[in-house]
Design a protein around this ligand. Structure first.
Ligand code: NAD
Ligand code: IPM
Ligand code: MN
Length: 365
């Protein structure tokens, strides 16, 4: 049997609910595939603040670094929203991404045939959408300096941030995006704001330069405002999208709604070496936390990405994806994707049904 250490970071809001489902799914899948998981649960975000006073304790980062892969639920919540900037749960997640050097964030958005009706877009617009957002994750305005609070010449209080990219940061994310596009539809659209921002002008220039290494991938460029519009107008035109940290954050939430719910979309964050970080793209959903209403499928599919991209366990990964489709085929839906004629279930029962799809329980005679 193969043995892997997985750091689990359940944390805030619906995080623990969806991680508990994903953990069971990993365990059962592993048992059928000759894989043994050692799970180590550590605090990050709000839970870590309450426990230790900081959003990313050293022990958590160390455990993450020493494991084979990291699976995170979600961080954040009303309780910590008024905290000073260094004591916000979100900082913990940013420090974790930075600490693990996971600069490439893959966010697939696929409209499943079973869920076309759950899309807010017309059937003919949503049907068949299959795109991948490659989001730069450890640079740009999230990390750029200078940043802070201050006063301007009129004595007004100001808050400021810096959008900055160096060539090496653009080149490495561009290579990941071209490689990703190469394995998909060989079409890459780079989304930027090169008509206004210097950081985007350099971005476009470097993406074009790197494209000479990938003559088999068709490259196009689009301004982000147009891209936001095109995503809801004609999403099928996109195959692979490469974009910066903040545009990728926004566009991936937008893309999620095409597929029916943000509760469906997984992500993989990868670096050049070391463990990857896997997490749903949604947040802690404080409005439904603790009510057994969360859709666990984004996290279950993140576990599938963990197996595929993090551990190279393609077969086990495929098993989970197939089980998710089977569960949907059998009509089970959480509230966010429910429509008439289906079976409405909570987070826990959705998890049980995915387990049933992986390994059907034989009813007692
Ligand atoms: P959110 O993604 O938490 O929620 C947005 C909406 O989507 C809510 O109505 C929520 O109920 C719904 N939703 C999200 N996930 C769902 C799921 N799995 N099933 C069903 N419905 C789901 O975004 P928000 O409300 O803007 O942020 C809430 C908190 O989460 C904030 O503190 C924010 O900073 C944090 N956040 C964390 C992450 C992360 O951990 N990666 C991502 C985004 C936001
Ligand atoms: C996400 C989240 C995070 C981000 C926040 C919570 C720091 O929105 O993972 O999409 O902006 O990257
Ligand atoms: Mn986001």
């Amino acid at each position: 049997t193969r043995h892997y250490i997985i750091t689990l970071l359940p944390d805030d809001g619906i995080g623990p609910e969806v991680i508990s489902v994903a953990k069971n799914v990993l365990q059962l899948t592993g048992s059928l595939e000759g894989i043994e998981f050692g799970f180590k649960e550590m605090p990050v975000g709000g839970a870590a603040l309450d426990l230790t006073g900081v959003p990313l304790p050293e022990e958590t980062l160390l455990a993450a670094k020493q494991s084979d892969a990291v699976l995170l639920g979600a961080i954040g919540g009303y309780k910590w929203d008024k905290n000073q900037k260094h004591f916000k749960p979100e900082i913990g997640l940013l420090q974790l991404r930075e600490g693990l050097k996971v600069f490439a964030n893959l966010r697939p958005a696929c409209v499943l045939p079973q869920l076309v009706d759950a899309s807010t877009l017309k059937k003919e617009v949503a049907e068949g959408v299959d795109l991948m957002v490659v989001r730069e994750l450890t640079g740009g305005i999230y990390f750029g300096k200078p940043r802070g609070f201050g006063t301007n010449e009129n004595g007004d209080e100001i808050g400021f941030n810096t959008e900055v990219y160096a060539t090496y940061e653009i080149d490495r994310i561009a290579r990941v995006a071209f490689e990703t596009a190469r394995k998909r539809g060989r079409k890459l659209c780079s989304v930027d704001k090169a008509n206004v921002l210097e950081a985007s002008m350099l971005w476009r220039q470097r993406v074009m330069a790197i494209s000479s290494e990938y003559p088999d991938v068709e490259l196009s460029h689009m301004y982000v405002d147009n891209a936001a519009m095109q995503l809801v107008c004609n999403p099928k035109q996109f195959d692979t999208i490469i974009t910066n940290n903040i545009f990728g954050d926004i566009l991936s939430d937008e893309a999620s709604m095409i597929t029916g719910s943000i509760g469906l979309l997984p992500s993989a964050s990868l670096g050049e070496a070391g463990p990857g970080l896997f997490e749903p793209i949604h947040g802690s959903a404080p409005d439904i936390a603790g009510q057994d209403k969360a859709n666990p499928l984004a996290t279950v599919l993140s576990a599938a990405m963990l197996l595929k991209y993090g551990l190279g366990e393609e077969k086990a990964s495929q098993r989970i994806e197939t089980a998710v489709l089977d569960t949907l085929n059998r009509g089970f839906r959480t509230g966010d994707i429910y429509s008439e004629g289906n079976k409405l279930v909570g987070c826990k029962d959705m998890g049980e049904e995915v387990l049933n799809s992986i390994s059907p329980k034989i009813p007692a005679a």
